[in-house]
Design a binder for this molecule. Sequence first.
Ligand code: GDP
Ligand code: MN
Length: 348
Amino acid sequence: HAPAAAQPPTTPNDHELPPATMPGDRMNATFVTLARNQDIWEIAKSIRHVEDRFNRKFNYDWVFLNDDDFNDEFKKVTTALVSGKTKYGKIPKEHWSFPDFIDQDKAARVREEMKEKKIIYGDSISYRHMCRYESGFFFRHPLMLDYEWYWRVEPSIEMHCDINYDTFKFMADNKKKYSFTLSLYEYVETIPTLWQATKNFTKTFPEHIAKDNSLKFISDDNGETYNHCHFWSNFEIGNLNWLRSKAYIDYFESLDHAGGFFYERWGDAPVHSLAAALMLNKDEIHFFNDIAYYHVPFTHCPTGEQYRLDHKCHCNPKDNFDWNGYSCTARFYEINNMKKPEGYEKEQ
Ligand code: GDP
Ligand code: MN
């Protein structure tokens, strides 16, 4: 008679998540990602990086937002990858459309001009809705109202070092409201009148300007002109209550009415940055040298060899953008009287 079919060896029951290894309380915090269904595999990579380097030890939640409905595949794959709870929200139409005070013909003419000048995303309507949404609305989405802290993650990002402490708790314990890993100069063509609109706002609402602000980070002539320095907002860890404050909302509304999200192509990065620089005290903004991060085309690889070895970093220190002439991070150190990290000269 035929021999019995060989049985495959039994494998351990490995589909169950290992428990979060970091003891202690969790903060009221979530990751947040704006994405389309088609971004599924690029956001999957990002999640994998964030989970491996940080979140598998903490199991924080993850909120996904979209102007359309997420499909089942997107939800299935992302839920499988995230160690915390996942939540999926649809953006209400009012937050992703032209406000009635915008002249749509004028906006269309601008897109044509920007297309001819080959300005990046200059001809895109959806990119403008995205920038306006990230500037003024994501923190007010009903799913976000449950949280006090957020960490923004975009598709196709990478993280290169272990983060072994709770970055949200760090923010709270040190009274930080906003943070960054990369800073640079914005394309002038996308924001020609953003500074004038910001000056109009500060004139109308002088009470919203922080005493010990970072004006020197964003202006070389005491506020006359904007030097275009901004924090790169595709990475952010920040305080949602600050974004929901009257000061920030007044700023967003005055910019929105100025029209530059549609008549120019204002990005959420300069908007968040100008708000943080003017309405927060200096010591409320944090530079995370220890979070190694990549979003095309820039890398923040932590300065300091011992740190990189101790945290199993896999970025090439030669790729670090911080001490490059196009980065504003040296300026951040200087205006805050911070000592630059050991070894930075070698990376210039
Ligand atoms: P870039 O980093 O400035 O080149 O812009 P991205 O293409 O990465 O877009 C920024 C963020 O907004 C990413 O998280 C995208 O997934 C998201 N995003 C961009 N456009 C749209 C859109 O039309 N709909 C949705 N739901 N998300 C978008
Ligand atoms: Mn991106």
